[in-house]
Design a protein around this ligand. Structure first.
Ligand code: C2G
Length: 723
């Protein structure tokens, strides 16, 4: 029987390595040897590795890397010493599903290289192989290099040791970034028998795919990295040992030029301007005659660059961009409105007296943009106001604002023309803010969950960490002013949003003005209660939980399962209270409250959560930033964190010390929650001190005038522009 070794090259993050180790231990089939190569900086943690392996019957070995810090050299050293018939490298944090070894074992002996496609880690890892989904390709005529290289790594690939030794194949340490691809290409080029699996996960990569370092640039440092990349390409090309690898390297550079300098790229002009030297060097290196003849204008652009006609090259690039847009307009493409906007925007004159508002991507007329608008509309009725909405027909907006359907032709005209954009969430990146337009981002909550650049690992549908951060960076780059509700948020915004302190206006949230100004306005409060048809003699509990990253239906839509025992709560509290159930705006399912309509009221689509705060006697939440707004009222709060471990550990991580910084009791079961709520006055007494402390830390900037500050600032700017 063929023997097999798995080799984990650990890194400085021992927790990641332990995750991989756990997945190795969880293999159903233990017929393999496990080798861990440690780096010098985790040598103190070797005990933890031994401990993890101690209860298993798996044969294992821990090899210190002996101070060698070059990963490729370490890997080659390991390959030299391999005694088993097959081996596979794993990176720290990667996961081998429990069925993988049993599955691989069926194919050992027959193949020289077994390549499972890399999968991005998800929350639910299957428990057995679904053979209806798993595809395998072995006929070498169907196996193009491109297909193999989509793998882009030798991590997760099973190699036959004997073949590598016979043909003297090792990682070429001279072509650093291409070494992995080169090794796969080399095996593929010697008439070897290869098996490729895809369609079903047999190997999970810590941070999505592809893995080849060279295929991506860090979000923020493109200019520095591009030069470095070009140098590395040229160096690797010179040190590549076969023609095939040389040609692969050259093609990689060409495709990088095509993608990274695509005419549609948001920062294309800057990119051209900042990378002249690197571009000239790159183009001088590639043979422009080899570039795909089907792309004549791209070819022409490269050609002009080769002869140092940079300006002409930029013009051709811009022409390619405009030609593509025009084609979209003329062919009635689904992006027709957007393309028309992109063609015209730079020529459209900005009207400083037009102010555009948007809340939660057009979902509602709500939040801080609403507060700013209502102040402005009353104080400065002479200006033009525009609200971008998904459902303009069924959304009521007081005053004379024009309601515009999001992504319609009119909405693009509004974005193009408005002197000011006031919004509380991200806006599409293709909206190009001109220099004489001011983008005021109010954001929508004091952060509790990690955000933007502070997130380690993004697990949201339709994106990965790299893409999420790059897009976020491009979003925040356009923000001229960011509103901050407190000092704590200002500090976070600087790192999470790459913001400079001078662009942050720490004045409290416009949406919270009403909480400061109306907290004791009995008349106002009773009007809201009436609007919501609440029984007069009942007190109000508000339940406002957040969304859960892992419970998604599709991009931008999440599920929520009510984990409150309504029947019991009704029995215990129904005489005295009603409960308002308020789901987060990303939750798209409808709650089932059948039979409890007298007690539980679904207020998820009510457009003003501040009014809900005002009429409630206490709040139940979990990890939502609603706790910070509610803190202004200094009323009791209950934290129903039934999934705290998962939320804190796996999902996002918090900025706060969740267990110690909150102004109310944390409970994990519905029964405990009901019990705490039954003791409301005791909770109120016990938490007076933390409530006051919480207020000082998060709410003391709110003076009830934030809308006025912003509205007056806009007005002043408009007046200045007239001078
Ligand atoms: N919200 C709401 N109803 C809920 C939860 C939230 O109306 N049940 C509103 C509140 O105004 C809240 C805002 O949406 O302040 C943001 O909600 P969070 O639960 O904090 O979640 P998220 O949208 O991820 O934003 O910096 C803040 C973070 O970005 C959090």
């Amino acid at each position: 029987m063929n023997s097999l070794s798995y080799i984990l090259i650990s890194n400085e993050n021992i927790a990641l390595s332990l995750e991989t180790v756990k997945s190795i231990i969880n293999q159903r089939n233990h017929d393999f040897k496990f080798i861990v190569v440690t780096t010098p900086d985790i040598e103190d943690n070797i005990e933890l590795l031994h401990e993890a392996m101690s209860d298993t019957n798996i044969e294992y070995q821990i090899i210190p890397s002996l101070g060698n810090s070059n990963k490729l050299e370490i890997m080659n050293e390991v390959i030299d010493g391999i005694e088993s018939d097959y081996f596979m490298f794993l990176d720290a944090g990667d996961i081998l599903p429990s069925y993988s070894t049993s599955h691989f074992r069926k194919f050992l002996g027959e193949y020289d290289m077994i390549v499972p496609s890399l999968f991005q880690k998800t929350f639910t890892i299957p428990q057995y192989v679904d053979y209806d989904k798993l595809k395998q390709t072995e006929d070498s005529s169907q196996l193009s290099n491109a297909k193999l290289l989509r793998q882009s790594s030798i991590v997760g690939v099973l190699f036959k040791t004997d073949l590598l030794n016979k043909c003297n194949i090792r990682l070429n340490t001279n072509i650093d970034i291409y070494a992995y691809c080169a090794m796969i290409l080399e095996v593929a080029s010697i008439n070897s028998s290869i098996l490729l699996f895809n369609g079903f996960p047999l190997y999970y990569k810590e941070d999505g795919y592809p893995t080849l370092d060279v295929l991506k640039f860090a979000e923020n440092d493109f200019d520095d990295e591009f030069m470095d990349y070009v140098d590395r390409v040229i160096y690797s090309y010179e040190h590549a040992h076969t023609e095939e690898i040389k040609s692969f390297i050259r093609m990689d550079l060409i495709s990088k030029l095509e993608i990274e300098f695509d005419p549609h790229h948001a920062q294309i002009a800057e990119r051209h301007a900042n990378n002249k030297e690197a571009l000239n060097k790159a183009v001088a290196f590639i043979d422009t005659f080899l570039i795909d003849k089907k792309k004549p204008f791209f070819n022409l652009e490269m050609f002009s660059m080769k002869f140092k006609k940079d300006k002409l090259a930029s013009q051709i690039n811009d022409f390619r961009y405009r030609a593509r847009l025009l084609k979209h307009v003329l062919t009635n493409h689904r992006t027709k409105n957007r393309s028309w906007y992109e063609l015209k925007n730079r020529y459209t004159k900005v009207d400083p007296e037009t102010i555009l508002f948007e809340s939660f991507a057009g979902q509602a007329y709500s939040d801080s943009p609403k507060a700013v608008y209502e102040y402005m509309m009353k104080t400065y009725p002479e200006y033009n106001y525009k609200w971008i909405l998904r459902r303009p027909g069924s959304t009521r907006v007081p005053g004379h604002a024009e309601k515009i359907k999001r992504f319609s032709k009119q909405s693009y005209e509004a974005y193009s023309k408005a002197g000011f954009w006031v919004t509380n969430a991200r806006t599409p990146l293709h909206l190009e803010k001109k220099n004489d337009q001011l983008y005021i981002q109010t954001w929508h909550g004091t952060p509790l969950k990690r955000l933007g650049n502070d997130m380690d690992n993004v697990k949201m549908p339709g994106t990965n960490t790299q893409r999420y951060k790059r897009n976020f960076r491009n979003e925040t780059k356009r923000w001229d002013i960011l509103i901050s509700p407190n000092r704590y948020s200002t500090e976070i915004f600087k790192s999470a949003f790459w913001m400079k302190e001078e662009n942050i206006l720490e004045i409290g949230y416009p949406r919270n003005d009403v909480l400061v100004n109306r907290a004791n306005d009995k008349e106002y409060i009773s009007q809201i209660r009436e609007k919501l048809n609440l029984p007069k003699d009942k007190k109000v509990i508000l339940y406002a939980p957040t969304w859960r990253d892992d419970e998604y239906i599709k991009k931008g839509q999440y599920n929520f399962e009510l984990k409150i025992n309504l029947e019991k709560m009704y029995e215990e509290l129904g005489d005295e209270y009603v409960i308002l159930l308020r789901m987060h705006y990303l939750i798209s399912n409808v709650l089932d409250i059948k039979g409890f309509e007298d007690f539980a009221i679904d207020v998820s689509s009510y457009n003003n959560i501040s009014e809900l705060y005002l009429i409630s006697d206490c709040l139940i939440t979990d990890y939502s930033s609603v706790m910070f707004d509610y803190g202004i009222l200094k009323r009791p709060q209950f934290f129903y964190a039934y999934d705290l471990e998962k939320y804190e550990g796996e999902l996002r991580g918090f900025y706060l010390d969740y267990m110690n910084d909150l102004p109310g009791p944390i409970v994990k079961t519905s029964d405990d929650l009901i019990e705490q709520l039954s003791n409301m006055s005791k909770v109120e007494k016990d938490y007076t001190e933390p409530i006051n402390h919480f207020y000082d830390r998060f709410c003391s900037v709110d003076h009830g005038i934030a809308s006025k500050i912003i509205g007056d600032m806009i007005h002043k700017q408009i007046q200045n522009s007239k001078k």
